[in-house]
Design a protein around this ligand. Structure first.
Ligand code: 5AD
Ligand code: SF4
Length: 470
């Protein structure tokens, strides 16, 4: 689970009904929240809501929240303070504004949100998004509604399928949640508490949704799960399938050019999944495999249930299967008890792996997690200093990886118009953004380009054909 996106859902269709209500959805946190926001938008569309990008014109503002670190929840409460003022101003004009809080802060805080922010009408946890329309109807009749149960029914069975025109409008890459929740209980992490225990969606549901996405023009699907490679379900012939089996099945869908998955736990990288990396050309050579720390003592205290050496051996096996694979990871500095020496082990593991991409964080105490009760919390300034050193090293590796791409001819999936007219932004197999001269009518095509330069967050390329005979 990468926790780096904060975006609003784009408005997707012109307002067709003058009396339709408008919803603005603000998404914090990981890709799973992005996916959930889309599905909530679809559920609200069947209630007559149209999504808008203009918060000011919304009749319903929905915050889809993240709880992974402290500041994330603080941000939600300050946003709710601003929304309260907006609601008051609206009321003075005789106009309604409803406010909803979804996601992991909703799950973790529940009723507390209504206590601290009484302007909120609906608090809805990640397991009950299919009940959002009903919760809004109830809230409109007066009292705020809090629904953070772990629903017994499968929300995916109850959420409406996305229509093809909407899929088309959303572009050529898409997320598809296949697994939710986590049973690993890393001692720093709130996910097992906010998202609950591991649940895998059945094969049929996933294949149908993937097929619908492809029919709607999607070329690249990223399978999502908090622990995506812990996905397990009954195979069509009765035996148990793991994520590797699912990837082999999805790779057969005609027109589905690219597959990815995120986020994985090293303990769940089984042989079948590694074989999939070896065999499937449409499984992209990019793997987000967090290690969090390098010292065995800290890994143990984090309850990661593997050592640094085991992680390195695993990466060696993956690289043997797929030599061009680019590695990505997450790191935490300043876990309780982390000494300078422990931190040096993290730097050493980074040196050994050589990451193409990485995310690193200062340890943030999460109430209710075992890490919160540990003695030896690391002072803020030590965390800051370690983070700076680690990020320096990771940035250097990322820059070197980008530079190593210059001169290569690669397949580029053209994704969206670029900033300059005549330019299109595409995605490399290694998840880099690449600018190239192309027509917007080519969006959705995979073309061969030669990488000719690097920018701060993207690469520059030219169509490979133009170099033939040059
Ligand atoms: N403090 C800091 N970082 C954390 N992460 C998860 N919990 C915490 C925490 N309490 C990081 C991990 C995880 C990523 C999504 O967020 O690195 O992989
Ligand atoms: Fe959190 Fe660990 Fe589960 Fe990842 S594997 S969601 S870090 S508890």
């Amino acid at each position: 689970m990468n926790e780096h996106v904060s975006l609003s859902l784009p408005a997707e269709e012109p307002v067709q009904r003058t009396n339709s209500r408008k919803v603005f959805i603000k998404t914090y946190g990981c890709q799973m929240n992005v996916y959930d926001s889309t599905r909530m938008g679809d559920a609200l569309a069947s209630e007559g809501y149209v999504t808008t990008e203009e918060m000011g014109e919304a009749d319903l503002i929905l915050l889809n929240t993240c709880h992974i670190r402290e500041k994330a929840a603080d941000k939600v409460y300050s946003a709710l303070g601003r929304l309260r003022d907006m609601k008051k101003a609206r009321a003075a004009e005789g106009r309604e504004l409803m406010i909803g809080v979804a996601g992991c802060v909703a799950q973790a805080e529940g009723e507390e949100i209504i206590r601290r922010a009484p302007a909120v009408d609906v608090v809805i946890g990640p397991q009950t998004y299919h009940r959002l329309p009903e919760a809004l109807r109830q809230a409109r009749n007066g009292k705020p509604v809090v629904d953070t149960e772990y629903a017994l029914e499968d929300k995916f069975e109850h959420l409406p399928a996305t229509d093809r025109s909407k899929i088309r409008a959303r572009g050529v890459t898409a997320f598809l949640t296949v697994q939710e929740g986590c049973d690993k209980f890393c001692t720093f992490c709130v996910v097992p508490y906010t998202r609950g225990s591991e649940v895998s969606r059945p094969v049929g549901q996933i294949v149908d949704e993937a097929q619908r996405l492809v029919d709607g023009g999607v070329r690249e699907i990223t399978l999502l799960g908090q622990n995506v490679n812990a996905w397990r379900a009954k195979g069509p012939l009765g035996g148990e399938w793991s994520l590797g089996d699912l990837l082999y099945r999805l790779a057969e869908i005609p027109g589905l050019a690219r597959l990815r998955y995120t986020t994985s736990h090293p303990r769940d990288m089984d042989d079948r999944l590694i074989e999939a990396h070896r065999d499937l050309r449409n499984l992209m050579p990019y793997l987000h495999l967090p290690v969090q720390a390098g010292s065995d003592r800290i890994l143990k205290a984090m309850n990661r249930r593997h050592t640094g050496a085991e992680y390195l051996r695993l990466i060696e096996r993956i690289r043997t299967a797929r030599p061009d694979i680019a590695m990505s990871g997450d790191f935490i500095v300043g876990f309780p008890g982390e000494t300078d020496e422990d931190f040096e082990d993290t730097l050493r593991i980074v040196e050994e792996v050589n990451y193409a991409q990485a995310y690193s964080f200062k340890y943030s105490t999460r109430p209710g997690t075992p890490g919160a009760d540990l003695a030896d919390q690391v002072p803020e300034e030590v965390k800051a200093e370690r983070l700076e050193r680690l990020q320096g090293l990771l940035l250097k590796q990322q820059g070197e990886f980008a530079k190593s791409c210059v001169g290569k001819v690669i397949d580029l999936l053209l994704e969206k118009p670029g900033r300059m007219p005549g330019q299109v932004i595409g995605r490399s197999p290694w998840l880099q953004s690449v600018n190239v001269d192309a027509k917007t009518s080519q969006i959705g095509d995979i073309i061969q380009v030669r990488i000719i330069g690097t920018g701060p967050n993207s690469l520059f390329a030219e169509p490979a054909e133009s170099l033939i005979g040059a």
